[in-house]
Design a protein around this ligand. Structure first.
Ligand SMILES: NC(=O)c1ccc[n+]([C@@H]2O[C@H](COP(=O)([O-])OP(=O)(O)OC[C@H]3O[C@@H](n4cnc5c(N)ncnc54)[C@H](OP(=O)(O)O)[C@@H]3O)[C@@H](O)[C@H]2O)c1
Length: 382
């Protein structure tokens, strides 16, 4: 189900700084000048990952290799102004190396050793770590990093090692948005016809809101649901976090705003009144598990007491990358179970009135209808 986002599929994120390292189970990456193992296939993988890109390495690592690696541009980091070598570029600081690399081919593939990994880590967008199943002697270790700041996008298992692809967590959201932006038209075409479950939810939502209710739509996508809601007499504010969808909706002649429900001001630009309802069909499934409570609280704060929320998410466990569904580009999904979803809705100020389970496009879905409680939620962020 998950993990189909190998490195090249993230190319639409632009130039990235990628740490590429082989790390033993005890954190060792080297012993003196050497790497204390030789594993068949690992070097070929390093080559496949780095050819066509710019390699950045420390002077010690470069000298232990002894020559520039073919098919790649090499920058060597050294504080020695007299140091040079045929066929490589030289930088005296990590910042100088990165600005040099900005004009060079491909991504910046940081190839070690420990000092250079540590210097580049604050700038890194990705890490591709070959976890070697050994505990060798060695005095050189990979630097420590905060795992909670990284999302695992993919993992390949081999006999003697695993390869783990880590993406900086905030880029996971950016990658998903970029995927929708890039494939907005394909997505809109593929999702133009509402499923029966969506049609039923639209009618139920409209019944609860009454005619002319003002609705904030989170994740308007190709615009299908907004049209269905308007046919039921509702007034819809179309929003999406992906600029590609906002542009598409505007091309179709609709007002639409780029809006991130986690951080942007959710108030209605059309007036001072709070919304009568929020429609979030298949959009909050890209919000991280820890962020959904904040998003739901912010939506409650923007909705009048007694207002209605419709939210649908994918049913299941965990989170991860997938290319399933309407477009063939990796997106990050968070899966929910009924009990956990009820808890976060309740804590955010929404009283759940209906919870449905359905299957659509081969996926299991959870759909919740909830009413904005009358209790004061003024402490919630707007
Ligand atoms: N397992 C793996 O994936 C992997 C990959 C690469 C290397 N390694 C291993 O790592 C070990 C080498 O690592 P290392 O940490 O000792 O050396 P290194 O990072 O390869 O090179 C250190 C040298 O790079 C220069 N340098 C480092 N940081 C700098 C900075 N911020 N600004 C300017 N110059 C900087 C300095 O050169 P000057 O002294 O000339 O100023 C420094 O002495 C070896 O054992 C090697 O086999 C393992």
């Amino acid at each position: 189900m998950l993990s189909e986002a190998p490195d090249e599929q993230l190319d639409y994120l632009g130039k990235r700084v990628v740490l590429v390292a082989a790390v033993a189970e005890n954190g060792v990456i080297g012993n003196g000048p050497d790497i204390p193992w030789r594993i068949p296939g690992e070097q070929a993988e390093f080559k496949a990952l780095t050819v066509g890109h710019t390699l950045l390495m420390g002077r010690t690592t470069f000298e232990s290799i002894g020559r520039p690696l073919p098919g790649r541009t090499t920058i060597v980091l050294t504080r020695d102004p007299a140091w040079s070598h045929d066929g490589v570029l030289v930088a005296a600081t990590i910042e100088e190396a990165l600005s040099l690399a900005a004009g060079l081919p491909g991504n910046v593939m940081v190839a070690g050793g420990a000092q250079v990994y540590a210097a580049a880590l604050p700038y890194a967008d990705e890490q591709v770590i070959t976890r070697v199943h050994l505990t060798p002697e060695g005095d050189v270790r990979y630097p420590a990093y905060d795992r909670s700041e990284w999302t695992e996008t993919s993992r390949e298992e081999h006999d003697h090692y695993d390869r783990v692809f880590l993406l900086r967590a905030e880029l996971a959201a950016a990658a998903t948005q970029a995927a929708y932006s890039q494939f907005a038209r394909e997505f809109a075409a593929a999702t133009a016809d509402p499923s029966d479950a969506v049609a039923v939810a639209v009618r139920r939502f409209a019944e609860l809101l009454g005619a002319r209710g003002r609705v904030l739509e989170i994740g308007s996508g190709g615009g299908r649901d907004a049209l269905a809601l308007e046919r039921e007499g509702l007034q819809v504010r179309r929003t999406d976090v992906s600029q590609g969808f906002v542009d598409l909706l505007r091309e179709q002649g609709h007002a639409a705003d780029r809006l991130d429900p986690l951080t942007d001001d959710l108030r209605d630009p059309a007036g001072d009144a709070p919304y009568d309802g929020v429609w979030a069909q298949a959009s909050l499934l890209h919000v991280g598990r820890d962020d959904l409570p904040t998003v739901l609280r912010r939506l409650a704060a923007a909705t009048r007491s007694g207002g209605v929320l419709m939210v649908s998410l994918k049913e299941g466990d965990g989170e991860g990358w997938s290319t399933h569904g309407s477009i063939d580009a990796p997106r990050h999904f968070t899966y929910w179970r009924e009990r956990a979803l009820r808890t976060v809705l309740d804590e955010a100020g929404w009283a759940v009135t209906e919870m449905g389970h359905s299957t659509g496009r081969g996926e299991d879905w959870l759909t919740a209808l909830a009413g904005r409680r009358y209790a004061d939620t003024s402490g919630a962020a707007r």
